[in-house]
Design a protein around this ligand. Structure first.
Ligand code: DMJ
Length: 641
């Protein structure tokens, strides 16, 4: 309001306003401002104005001060390694993932997502598919206008409690102890296995050491290099730097995902996705993260079933799925297969920002939680269509094994927050102990197999991982059960050692029985083979870490000696057809899990406990280390884990 000057009147302000008028004017102005600003909140989400005014919060303060990540870089790399800009796809190479993060800026990738409006967050969580698990399909790209996702590798590394490779592995002035000499021997075996593969079979899935060529197989949908992917983290861990660089270069240049065959959901997940995830978490190299996510997307059609329980086989070309033909009526899903996705899929969500992966496995968990279980046991087969159990065959060995493993490891990987997994694990273990665990007349504890109430008094080599699993889970059991579980783990591991010790080669058979006066031995030739499997040395490693009883290192060394004597050939390691023969025939296959698991667990058995500390890492069922979801110092958790 304009005031005329009146003689003798002293204006109340330089603008000539009286006090009440000034008050009214300010009131009007503030009302106008409130109205305009408030209107911004009523605009649609995509409004540019809204984004302009409500600027995204960028990185958390203080991240720049995080010190360099500890660890031991591979040859020619710094740690943390630089962030190479993603290369353009070579001709014939796949396009980048729809979930690909942005080209990384200088320094480590950072979690730069601003808080998002509720409806955008919901869309991202559902990944554009129904949450029932019945729709599957491709994970959605981030919504237009939503900020690009990036993973804060540096912050992740700063939250680890121990250096990845431990504190006492480098530059030690100590004289070579027996333990160090033995560890070096295992490293040499890995080097030999890798170099043989590289020489005769590079890029193929497995080495055939007798014919000195490669084997492609049909389990991986046309993907190649299973041995490369399965070896990455073992090479890194053993500081075989040149070899690691060879493997990494192959992944960068030759690991193509535009394949069109039929693949095993389980095998691709535990070997390829697991191997790539570990390689990323160990090195921060973007190529591993990107390939893991893109491959994870290719697995999603397996979940297109009425129940959301995935089928075992996915067709990479058509996106169709099917069950293994050999299962009952050819339409059955296998507990160990659909129950061993949880760890990797949570990490796929963690590293992509897309919740579709986590939703798929959480749905499986909920489904299994609710469904009736005979005597609390989980049968090995279920219909992904009706959701009913098929047959009542229960086993802690093949077909069931890693389902139980993933329950306790989900609990541990969640930094002990996933109480559902914990409860399911201990309930299942109680049922197993009640119905399956037996002691032989000779005093050997074993886990039998259950067929609708009848027991097969046999244990598969695969079931020998359970000593390690029960030891791992013992510490979080109810207090009055801890000692009992430690003892159970030790007894089962001792039985598995007996199955090795009672053979001529000191290697264990594929299955061993406890009947007709026989104990811990195979009863027929068809079960007498050994294919470089890891489960027994896996349990030695966990039992060693828990007890530091030197017997586990002695037993591990017996295996090393036997591998050298009976499985080493001129061109790599091979399985043997009869562990009870002093001159066994070889099987012409150097399994990928020999490099991923057997040699890794042996190496860890002769290393310090803080190398891949169990406080920081869980091993997937192919022995690929995945990090525990530690909160940062401000209590912020890492994401969906
Ligand atoms: C590996 O591929 C995995 O450990 C899987 O869980 C079952 N066993 C083989 C090795 O024996």
């Amino acid at each position: 309001m304009l005031m005329r000057k009146v003689p003798g009147f002293v204006p109340a302000s330089p603008w000539g306003l009286r006090l009440p008028q000034k008050f009214l004017f300010l009131l009007f102005l503030s009302g106008l401002f409130t109205l305009c600003f408030g209107a911004l909140f009523l605009l649609p989400n995509s409004s540019r104005l809204k984004r302009f005014f409500l600027a995204p919060r960028t990185q958390r303060p203080g991240l720049e001060a995080v010190p360099e990540a500890p660890g031991h870089p591979p040859a020619g790399a710094r740690e943390p390694p630089p962030n190479p800009a993603p290369a353009a796809p070579a001709p014939g190479q796949e396009e980048p993932s729809s979930l690909a993060g942005p080209r990384r800026r200088k320094g480590w990738a950072r979690r730069t997502q601003p808080p998002r409006p509720r409806e955008e967050a919901t869309a991202a969580r559902s990944g554009g598919s129904s949450s029932s698990g019945g729709s599957g399909g491709r994970a959605e790209a981030p919504q237009e206008g939503s900020p690009p996702f990036s993973f804060d590798f540096h912050a992740f590394r700063s939250r680890l409690r121990h250096p990845v490779l431990g504190t006492r592995t480098r530059g030690s002035e100590e004289p070579q102890s027996l333990v160090q000499t033995r560890r070096e021997k295992i490293k040499e075996m890995m080097q030999f296995a890798w170099q043989s593969y590289k020489r005769y079979a590079m890029g193929k899935n497995e080495l055939q050491p007798l014919t000195k060529d490669g084997y492609q197989g049909n389990m991986f949908g046309g993907l190649g290099g299973a041995t490369v992917i399965d070896s990455l983290d073992t090479l890194y861990l053993m500081e075989l730097k040149e070899e690691f660089q060879e493997a990494k270069a192959w992944v960068e240049e030759n690991f193509h995902l535009n394949v069109s065959g039929e693949a095993s959901l389980f095998e691709v997940n535990i070997r390829y996705i697991g191997g790539l995830l570990s390689a990323f978490y160990l090195t921060g190299e973007e190529v591993f993260r990107m390939k893991a996510i893109k491959l994870g997307e290719k697995l999603l059609p397996a979940f297109n079933t009425p129940t959301g329980i995935p089928k075992g086989v996915v067709n990479f070309k058509s996106g169709s799925n099917r069950s293994w033909g050999w299962t009952t009526t050819g339409s059955t899903s296998i507990l160990a297969e659909f129950g061993s996705l949880h760890l990797e899929f949570l990490h796929l969500s963690e590293l992509s920002g897309n919740q579709v992966f986590a939703e798929k496995v959480r749905h499986i968990r909920k489904f299994l939680r609710k469904i009736d279980k005979p005597f609390g046991l989980y049968p090995n087969f279920i219909s992904p269509v009706s959701g009913n159990w098929i047959q009542h065959h229960v086993s802690v060995g093949g077909l069931g094994d890693s389902f139980y493993e993933y329950l306790i490891k989900s609990w541990l990987m969640s930094a002990k927050t996933d109480t559902e997994a914990k409860d399911m694990y201990y309930e299942a273990l109680t049922a197993i102990e009640t119905h399956l665990v037996n002691v032989s007349p000779g005093g050997l504890t074993y886990i039998a197999e259950w067929r609708g109430g009848n027991l097969d008094h046999k244990m598969g080599h695969l079931a020998c991982f359970s000593g390690g699993m029960i030891a791992l889970g013992a510490e979080d059991a109810e207090e009055d059960k801890r000692a009992h579980y430690r003892e159970l783990a030790a007894q089962i591991t001792k039985t598995c050692h007996e199955s090795y010790d009672r053979s001529d080669t000191k290697l264990g058979p594929e299955a061993f029985w406890f009947n007709s006066g026989k104990e811990a031995v195979a009863t027929q030739l068809s079960e007498s083979y050994y294919i470089l499997r890891p489960e027994v040395v896996e349990s030695y490693m966990y039992l060693w870490r828990q007890t530091h009883n030197p017997v586990y290192r002695e037993w591990g060394w017996e295996v090393v000696m036997a591998l050298e004597k009976y499985c080493r050939t001129e061109a790599g390691f091979a399985g043997i057809q009869d562990v009870y023969s002093s001159f066994p025939n070889h099987d012409n296959k150097q399994q990928t899990f020999f490099l991923a698991e057997t040699l890794k667990y042996l190496y860890l058995l002769f290393s310090e406990d803080d190398m891949l500390s169990l406080e920081d890492w869980v091993f997937n069922t192919e022995a690929h280390p995945l990090p525990v979801n530690h909160s940062d110092s401000a209590g912020r958790a890492g994401g969906p884990l």
